[in-house]
Design a protein around this ligand. Structure first.
Ligand SMILES: [Zn+2]
Ligand SMILES: [Zn+2]
Length: 210
């Protein structure tokens, strides 16, 4: 089992360090220094290979440029959200009363890629709906679900710029075809309690409410 660490992040968006041979961060949160302090306790920060952004939202991404600069890690994001990085409505930075930071992605993802982390291959699953370029990451029955699905049958909101309820339902349907033991979502707690059933609950909820 590959070690995954929940990294102290500001506000309430989660960030995770996957401590493989070629370690990566999944999202960063809003405070680079806070994230870096946590990372330093686990790995040599310069070893960080990628910062994979699950989507373009400010609370997940705004610490990324500084962390990339300080560690040399490359920023990866899906192409549909890469296009939105400078848009204060699409990144919801306007909700925080600030402009989006300049984020220059080094790797543009399409979905379907396998990220080589040395001792783990992580699959990129394109799951639009919360945003057009939302992705989930999947390996060894572990799912990084971003803001697509949350524990206890919750789902990401679709009323922000770029959101699409029908796409979200399709994306969650796709996630129900995976076998998941542990889910690391963009908000809330890490869960390992009958996760497949939780994702099916999310699908049912999305179909009824969205
Ligand atoms: Zn979001
Ligand atoms: Zn979020």
């Amino acid at each position: 089992m590959v070690q995954v660490y929940k990294i102290a992040a500001s506000y309430n968006a989660n960030a995770y360090l996957i401590a493989t041979k070629r370690p990566i961060m999944v999202d960063v949160g809003m405070n680079c220094d806070l994230a870096l302090q946590s990372i330093e306790k686990i790995i040599v920060p310069n070893a960080l290979e990628y910062i994979v952004l699950t989507h373009c939202h400010y609370d997940h991404t705004s610490g990324a440029p500084e962390l990339a600069e300080k560690t040399g890690a490359r920023i990866a994001i899906h192409k549909n959200d890469a296009e939105s990085l400078g848009d204060d409505h699409a990144t919801v930075s306007n909700l925080f009363g600030v402009r989006s930071p300049a984020i220059k992605p080094d790797v543009i993802l399409q979905g379907g890629e396998m990220l080589d982390l040395g001792d783990l291959e992580l699959k990129v699953v394109h799951t639009p709906g919360h945003t057009p370029g939302s992705i989930c990451l999947y390996a060894s029955k572990q799912l990084f679900s971003g803001d697509t699905v949350f524990p206890n049958g919750s789902v990401g909101r679709t009323d922000l710029k770029g959101g699409d309820p029908n796409q979200l339902i399709k994306s969650i349907k796709l996630l129900t075809t995976l076998d998941v033991d542990i889910m690391y979502s963009g908000h809330g707690d890490v869960t390992s309690k009958d996760v497949n059933a939780q994702i099916r609950d999310s699908l049912r909820f999305a179909e009824q409410v969205l």
